[in-house]
Design a binder for this molecule. Structure first.
Ligand SMILES: Nc1nc2c(ncn2[C@@H]2O[C@H](COP(=O)(O)OP(=O)(O)OP(=O)(O)O)[C@@H](O)[C@H]2O)c(=O)[nH]1
Ligand SMILES: [Mg+2]
Length: 198
């Protein structure tokens, strides 16, 4: 009898957001469990990978961060799920969320994609306007503090769940198409995270 070793699936996640919102801090807190106290050096070529069990399934999360806007399209093409981070202390950072979201949908040519809007630095002040926007964009909304390790794991866990949910939806859609459901004059309707695409 042969036993088959199963390697965990690797999942590419990308963190977007304007400068200083805490992208590196979230990444470091999630992967290494500490809050960065010194300036993070983006030129250090280090992979940020964490193996986790989420809903009884093992996954190796590779967390990538955008520096400036170098390779933005490449990262948007590569990612299987995205964090769009703003800081509750910066209105300007909040203003850029929609633009990141639109660029992701355009680059991926999809009506929806696994995205989490993260209101970081929630240790500094309570600010709730992000919830409304995330709802409008059809994204999950989570407040986090990389400093106090609040909701850091929840951010990444929820994003992986979104990826799996969408993959399942698309697989069953493909199955339905292959078995002829939706043909013969019927409308084919695709549903993603609350959006209906005709
Ligand atoms: N109070 C507080 N400070 C934070 C938090 N997250 C990050 N910071 C601080 O915010 C500053 C910027 O954090 P970074 O993680 O470097 O932000 P970034 O988005 O990676 O910035 P760039 O890589 O320059 O675009 C640092 O001084 C962090 O210590 C948080 O949740 N709470
Ligand atoms: Mg950074």
């Amino acid at each position: 009898m042969t036993s088959r070793v199963q390697f965990p699936r690797e999942c590419q996640l990308v963190v977007f957001g304007v400068g200083g919102v805490g992208k590196s801090a979230l990444k470091l807190q999630f992967v290494q469990n500490h809050f960065m106290t010194t300036e993070y050096d983006p030129t250090v070529d280090e992979a940020y990978i964490k193996q986790c069990i989420i809903d009884d399934e093992v996954v190796r999360l590779n967390v990538n961060e955008e520096y400036g806007n170098m390779y933005r399209e490449r990262l948007m093409r590569m990612g299987e799920g995205f964090l769009i981070v703003y800081s509750i202390t910066s209105r300007a950072s909040f203003g850029e969320i929609s633009s990141f979201h639109q660029q992701i949908l355009r680059v991926r040519d999809q009506a929806a994609f696994p995205v989490i809007v993260v209101a970081n630095k929630c240790d500094l002040e309570r600010e709730r306007q992000g919830r409304k926007l995330a709802k409008r964009l059809g994204c999950i909304f989570i407040e986090a503090s990389a400093k106090e390790h609040t909701n850091v794991d929840e951010v990444f866990t929820n994003l992986v769940r979104e990826i799996r949910r969408l993959n399942k939806e698309q697989a069953s859609e493909r199955q339905a198409m292959a078995s002829g459901v939706g043909s013969g004059g019927q409308d084919v309707t695709r549903r993603w995270s609350g959006c209906v695409v005709l």
